[in-house]
Design a protein around this ligand. Sequence first.
Ligand SMILES: *Cc1c(COP(=O)(O)O)cnc(C)c1O
Length: 512
Amino acid sequence: MNRTLYGNLIFELSKKGRKGYSLPQDYDRTHSTDELPAALRRSTAARLPECDELTVVRHYTNLSHNNFGVNDGFYPLGSCTMKYNPVINEEIAAMKAFAGLHPLQPAETCQGALEVYYNLQQSLAELAGLSEFTLNPCAGAHGELTGLMVIRAYHESRKDDARTKVLIPDSAHGTNPASAAVCGLEVVEVRSLADGTVDVGHLRELLAEIGPEVAAMMMTNPNTLGIFEPRVLEITKMVHEAGGLMYYDGANLNALLGECRPGDMGFDVMHINLHKTFSTPHGGGGPGSGPVGVRKGLEQFLPTPRVVMDNPDETSAPVFTIDFGKVSPSGDERGAATSLGSVGSFFGNFGVMLKAYAYILTLGHEHVKEVGPLATLNANYIKERLRDDYLLPIEGLCKHECVFDGLADKSTGVTTMDVAKRLLDYGYHAPTIYFPLLFHESLMIEPTENESKETIDAFIDVMHKIAEEAKSDPELVKTAPHNTPIGRVDDVLAAKHPVTTFWAAERDKASE
Ligand SMILES: *Cc1c(COP(=O)(O)O)cnc(C)c1O
């Protein structure tokens, strides 16, 4: 690719008066704006780039080549479960019969779609060991908020108003404390032991101190270090005895799929990231879905709309209807044991649900059981083969992901950031870095169940090669990447002073 020709911003390629279109000669320019009130109309033309079509096509085609996804190469981003999205899933989601539906059309005209929706609710409940699911939330974090709202509504319905605190392990994903705060609850941190699992002694102390104020404890299992919590049953029992509910962050469900179920471990409420566990390309703000499941006795608090089957007696064909729920009439009549109402627009991201349902059906009962064991095998294989060159802070079996604390040889000065950048030169997406926060040089690798041994071996070879380079030519690694369009960006500056439009950049330049 010729970066000097096509790598600029589209605004920089603009030439005054150049056109990439031609309108019909009798096109009436005034017509379309006539209907707008004068106050809403522009007084000056929008500052748009002026380019010929070929320049536009080349510009965007080349930009698209700078993207990296699972379809381009190995994408071992820990915690994110970037698994392959089979082509058939996309084909099903794009079918006109699904993609052309309108969320307001009458239920009797979209029975097939409602049946899929209903079946997915049921499948997730079965896989999770819970009673009922809502598919409305649009992401994992959205699911966390919804689930915590369910928990709050449950305590309020019992007039147990003192429960305003949420226990969260210090290894938790950042969205956990953020969701609790957005829900108006106070976060209390539970310490981890050196092996990354929950410090049950500390949890006991906290419960003795603030038990009656605990609304819930949030946990992911396996935790963000990929370690299964060996004392999970004891933990859920302790929190229940103190009157709190257990929330399961299902982002790591991939490790357990078909093997064991959060409901059986004692969790009351959970979310599943459909876009992690059940395919769908994600990241960069792509569409997601974070269904929330609850155990028996909490169903009435779930948000609406819900899809219900009206005649489950199996003697006649099933009829699916939309339940808009009995939302408290005043809207703020707190404490009523009724649905939360809506948490988003309509039913959520239906396309993601179709892909998830296709993934589940493709695997079937029999093969869904292989997901967790295969993902676990792949992660442990990488862990054992890299531990000579990379510092393994926690011994023993991991689940679907493994965490290193940077290179084993710290004398070279090569950091986890440098290793991640050098991987880009070799055509790999970097693993997750500097998370979890328990180690200074965290490097977290998640291969998923989809990758072949050849792909994983090639990645391992490159990781060894980079460890070798760190010793023989540390500057090469420290100044990586060398083969990408852009080297290292100043991400502190980007976060503190984001310049999001071309015109803002121009203005900044002029004022300097
Ligand atoms: C990804 C993730 C989340 C948040 O899910 P989103 O869909 O990105 O909102 C929460 N917890 C864990 C452990 C995760 O990995």
